[in-house]
Design a protein around this ligand. Structure first.
Ligand code: 3HC
Length: 302
């Protein structure tokens, strides 16, 4: 009996119950959007403290959302916030959290071994119909899925920061992802109110494959003395219609994240000029200046 070919493999799963693993900015944002659109969500992390912070973050973000959506009905806004928060439960026990889950979505640290260990463990704990997905920004979905026996029910769901505002989700099918799983994931994104696009399991999928080299080239342009950070940011905002310039965006995404992505790609394709880090990026990361989250990156933040 091969699990991958059981009858569950050819069923279209309607995703109602979601387990999000990782209570960081991404995981919390995904939990928020899923709960806001009527899904039952369990948010999992390693400590109650982290999870309490995640819920506080969700509450703060929901306040921003309702300020606009319920501008002239603050009471309805407050009611909406409470309703959404009731849809989110928190847990530090991943085994029990996946018991009745239709989708397990992982948004933990970008470390292949840790992700593989997690999914290998979950494979034995989750029901057979449960779809697994990773929100990785740079690691191959095929590698993350490899320790599981549900390669047909495994895909990528890549969200963008800030999750409540960014309308896109990249849906990644590997060569083993079944048509049914892919369709379930696409339908889930639509149920979240997002626009999904289909991606191959290639480095950076679509958005990061274009965005990360673009930010890298902006840094090199500045290093060559061909423009100040401020002027480059203004130029791209006013001349190309980007909401943030490349330095603002790099600080927003996190310089550690950006360097991690580039270094990973460089290891695979050392001669690709688009996959090279730069002296300035390396220096800032070495100094612990990761951008907004640490209070300083290319710019200083209060
Ligand atoms: N939750 C809820 N609402 C939020 C929010 C959040 N986390 N962040 C911003 N908002 C809302 C604000 O409340 C505000 O609403 P309003 O218009 O009703 O006042 C609205 O968004 C605009 O916010 P601001 O006025 O503070 O600032 P901006 O107009 O600059 O918008 C932005 C903020 C939406 C973040 C915009 O600057 C933007 O789109 N920036 C680019 C972001 C981007 O490119 N993200 C992708 C990064 S790559 C990635 O994530 C992939 C990963 O793998 C690395």
């Amino acid at each position: 009996f091969i699990r991958g070919f059981s009858s569950t493999a050819v069923r279209n799963v309607v995703i109602k119950q979601v387990t999000v693993i990782g209570g960081g900015q991404m995981g919390a944002g995904i939990a928020q959007v899923a709960a806001s659109t009527g899904h039952s969500v369990t948010l999992v992390d390693t400590s109650e403290d982290i999870l309490k912070k995640s819920v506080k973050g969700i509450e703060g973000s929901l306040k921003r959302v309702v300020k606009k959506k319920f501008a002239d009905k603050p009471e309805a806004g407050e009611e909406f916030i409470q309703k959404v928060l009731q849809k989110v439960s928190i847990s530090t026990d991943v085994g029990s959290a996946v018991q009745s889950s239709d989708l397990v979505l992982e948004a933990i640290v970008e470390n292949l071994k840790i992700k593989q260990d997690l999914f290998g463990r979950l494979d034995k704990l989750a029901p057979a119909h449960t779809i697994f997905a990773s929100n990785t920004s740079s690691l191959p979905i095929t590698d993350i899925a490899s320790p599981t026996s549900r390669l047909d029910r495994f895909g990528g769901l890549h969200f963008f920061n800030p999750v409540p505002m960014m309308k896109l989700v990249e849906v990644i099918a590997t060569s083993s992802t079944s048509k049914e799983t892919f369709e379930s994931l696409m339908n889930f994104c639509k149920a979240l109110g997002k626009t999904p696009v289909s991606c191959k399991d290639t480095p950076g999928f679509i958005v990061n494959r274009l965005l990360v080299p673009y930010m890298g080239e902006a840094i090199r342009l500045h290093e060559r003395g061909h423009g100040s950070k401020e002027d480059i940011d203004i130029a791209m905002k006013l001349g190309a219609g980007y909401p943030m310039g490349p330095f603002e965006l790099a600080d927003y995404v996190g310089l550690d994240t950006m360097k991690f992505i580039i270094d990973g790609w460089c290891e695979k394709e050392p001669n690709n000029p688009l996959f090279q880090s730069s002296a300035l990026l390396n220096k800032l990361v070495a100094e612990g200046k990761y951008g907004r989250k640490t209070g300083e990156g290319f710019y200083k933040y209060k």
